[in-house]
Design a binder for this molecule. Sequence first.
Ligand SMILES: [Zn+2]
Length: 256
Amino acid sequence: MNGLERQRYNRNILLPEIGTAGQETLLASRVLVVGAGGLGSPLLLYLAAAGVGHLGIIDDDLVSLSNLQRQILHATEDLDRPKVTSALETLSSLNPGIHVTPYNERLTEQNVHPLAHQYDLVVVACDNFETRTIVNAACMHQKKPMLTAAVSGFSGQIYTFKPYLGSACYRCIYPNLPTSNLVPPLASNAFEDGILGSVAGVLGSWLSTEVVKELLNIGESLAGQILILDVLRNNFRKLHIPRDPVCSFCRKSQTD
Ligand SMILES: [Zn+2]
């Protein structure tokens, strides 16, 4: 780290859990974020500000007017531009010392493996069952953490999956989801529901904190648990999620 970096990350370095060594680790870390929307915006802003050295962003969407109520990476002048382009500019302006790689495409079963291979950890920041299923399989195979959050209205959940260490995988919780390009049976994608922007902000910020914890291996991992937040009623709770002993997905990966 040079002198400017020491100044920029001073408040991180002052934390005994991070320190100079932890900041060096963050600067050397590579995180792939799927989705530059309501969850991805606060997540990416905080990861960039914290000095996570290489961020990959995959999203094939354009910025639309109804996004701006919560997707704070993007501004009014970004309307109709690719979200990854707008995200790249915002994040580079916030922190020119990190590398941001935009992928203006949709994550698929085909491109997920070579993409995930380049990163230490993958965050699914779009509320989409099919994407989580695709990333779950790739991260299980590559033994990398997958973090994700779901948000709707005033509530949401945060998950960390590290099934290669023995905790539940995403399919242990949702075993009956389609694996191909079918419409998921549970139609609860966030873009169809009402949502308060700041609630996506809470979830995305919390998710970014869990990412930093995983990268630095500090604190208690959320793996094997769900953190459930109900902001309207001020309820926060953690639920243990047991591994499904007959889950064909993590059982298969253990025999690879
Ligand atoms: Zn499983």
